[in-house]
Write a protein that binds this ligand. Structure first.
Ligand code: PLP
Length: 387
């Protein structure tokens, strides 16, 4: 059984399990900030949706990243869905979406009965390739929106992407679910596009156990999203509806967790960076291993430390070796154009996303890891690589 071994305890042979090392697990503050906000909600009996924590979480996150308005929602996926609806994406519309991502970037396009076209990444950023995007604009001049993703906390090269969207008068949505706290040229990801999306799912850099946030400088659109997300109730005493609504708001309890977590975001980023630097020091010089690309204009949040192998060693060799030591790791996201459910949609690119997927591994990047834990991971990988 992976992770088990035998050990003599008081002269008897016992079985022990090596402490599990996680990819990225929830990490509440040592100070108990989250608990204090939840207490407050309990004391005022403000358990139900909305309330002071929801307003506070929206304002505090918006202030932190420098954006004017925010809507706290039930998930990052719901936030992408609302961004598309706010952008006016509807049946038959085309939406360009980064090919190398998690399926939640794409599913909401289908909820809106629109058509995704997948855009390849480049090796310099692992994110959307501006040249592939330009090719896509030439092929589909009537596109309605673009979804760019900042994978693993690395930012896309936003300037040319923003410029292309402006030139074609197309809404830009940043799926910053993995990149809260990441900056591009000194400004936070999620604030470059017309809309920015964050996720507080359990394994993200901060978590509310589940939740998301949509941000924008457009006050009217964010107000509209809040309306749709609370069942689209018209301003009338009787229950009247003129539009289809959703039950997408964040609860006041979970928003309390979010407010507490936001206070330790910088601490989490510092630890994630420490983990990445550790891997870089121990693994960076090995033949056959390359660390994920850090560009000089990018200050990542280092959500996950990822490596790229040279083809000699396969990701599965590393993943299985770590698994035997009770250590969690995983492959890079499988590109969307290779997913059975999305295979009928167009893909613009030259197979870069597929190469990153075929050769990439996400290493454990849990902020609770000790230096000994990280060293253990490095030693196991060095053994697999064999140099
Ligand atoms: C986690 C994630 C999402 C979805 O967020 P949820 O809060 O889990 O719905 C969307 N896009 C990317 C890239 C993600 O990593």
């Amino acid at each position: 059984m992976p992770g088990y071994g035998s050990l003599m305890i008081n002269g008897r042979k016992g079985v022990f399990m090596a402490k599990k090392i996680y990819l990225s697990s929830p990490h509440m503050s040592d100070e108990g900030y989250e608990q204090a906000y939840i207490e407050e909600a309990f004391e005022s009996n403000w358990i139900a949706p909305l309330g002071a924590n929801v307003d506070g979480f929206e304002q505090e996150l918006a202030a932190k990243i420098g954006v004017k308005h925010a809507a706290a929602l039930s998930s990052g996926t719901a936030a992408i869905h609302m961004a598309l609806k706010a952008a006016g994406v509807g049946p038959g519309d085309i939406v360009f979406c980064q090919d190398l991502t998690f399926s939640a970037s794409v599913n909401p396009i289908i909820y809106q009965n629109a058509t995704p076209v997948f855009i390849d990444s480049n090796f310099e950023t692992w994110n959307m390739d501006p040249e592939a995007l330009e090719t896509a604009f030439a092929k589909y001049p009537n596109v309605k929106a673009v979804i760019v993703v900042h994978l693993y906390g690395l930012s896309a090269d936003l300037d040319p992407i923003v410029e292309l969207c402006k030139k074609h008068n197309v809404t830009l949505i940043e799926d910053a679910a993995e990149s809260l706290g990441t900056t591009y040229k000194g400004k936070f990801t999620g604030t470059y596009g017309d809309y920015g999306v964050f996720s507080f799912n359990g394994n993200k850099i901060i978590t509310t156990s589940g939740g998301g946030m949509l941000v924008s400088n457009n006050e009217e659109r964010i107000a509209k999203v809040k309306f749709w997300a609370t069942q689209a109730r018209d301003k009338a005493r009787h229950y009247q509806h003129s539009e289809i609504g959703y039950n997408y708001r964040m609860s006041n309890i979970l928003a309390g967790i979010g407010r507490g977590q936001l206070k330790v975001l910088d601490q989490r980023i510092a630890k994630k960076k420490y983990i990445f630097e550790f891997y870089k020091r121990e693994l960076g010089e090995l033949d056959g291993i390359e660390l994920m690309p850090i560009n000089e204009w990018n200050e990542p949040n280092y959500w996950l430390s990822c490596i790229l192998l040279n083809g000699q060693i396969r990701p599965v060799d590393i993943i299985e070796a770590l698994e035997k030591g009770n250590i969690e790791s995983r492959p890079i996201w499988k590109p969307m154009h290779l997913q059975p459910v999305f295979s009928k949609y167009d893909y613009i690119g030259e197979g870069v996303s597929e190469k990153i997927y075929n050769n990439g591994v996400c290493l454990p990047s849990d902020t609770k890891m000790t230096p000994q834990d990280i060293m253990k991971v490095c030693n196991l990988i060095t053994r697999v690589v064999g140099n």
